[in-house]
Design a protein. Structure first.
Length: 192
């Protein structure tokens, strides 16, 4: 009986200690001093790597006059909801295949290029011209965008203004998504 009381006490103390550790760890990840910058309005300063390890020419893409809509999607091979929605997202992206001004940056966060490449081999539509597969291995850009969990998707206009943010996995095969993106494209190109 005495050993059970000691074991239960150790478990309770361990749980309390872990709670304090978790809170301290979370407080360190949240930068409470930048509350004014926590709302993303424009495309933040960023520099991504492609899957070959080279720097992706992001400035060139952002300054391209033919850019109509830029979609940045954060995901990971380690994320089950990301894996589940990725085939539908790729099918959705294929619907924009004829629009050269619509670009998709699919950013694998906290991931390795080899794992991403292996994951992409089993997917159809992964080689679309409008898709750029990128890496954010240290979550630097994920933080700049304000992404707290993946998957998250940001839609930017031609002038790099944030039009819409989608949090969590989405039903990309829902016809309303294509309609929403078509409307965002019209807003971005000022054709309304």
């Amino acid at each position: 009986m005495f050993y059970r009381i000691i074991a239960i006490s150790i478990i309770i103390l361990g749980t309390i200690a872990y709670s304090f550790y978790s809170k301290k760890s979370l407080d360190g990840q949240l930068d409470l001093k930048t509350e004014a910058n926590s709302v993303l309005n424009k495309f933040p300063k960023a520099s991504f790597e492609n899957l070959e390890g080279s720097t992706f020419p992001l400035e060139e893409l952002l300054n391209d006059k033919s850019l109509e809509l830029l979609v940045v999607h954060f995901w990971g091979t380690w994320c089950a909801p990301c894996e589940a929605e990725l085939p539908d997202l790729l099918t959705f992206i294929k619907r924009f295949e004829g629009r050269s001004g619509v670009k998709f940056l699919l950013v694998a966060t906290n991931d390795e290029a080899l794992k991403v490449k292996k994951h992409l081999k089993g997917l159809s539509n992964a080689e679309a011209a409008s898709i750029h597969w990128l890496l954010d291995q240290k979550n630097i850009h994920r933080d700049a965008f304000g992404t707290t969990r993946v998957p998250e998707t940001y839609v930017f206009s031609s002038d790099k203004t944030l039009l819409r943010k989608f949090m969590g996995p989405q039903e990309w095969n829902n016809p309303l998504f294509f309609q929403t993106f078509s409307e965002l494209l019209q807003i971005s190109t000022r054709k309304l």
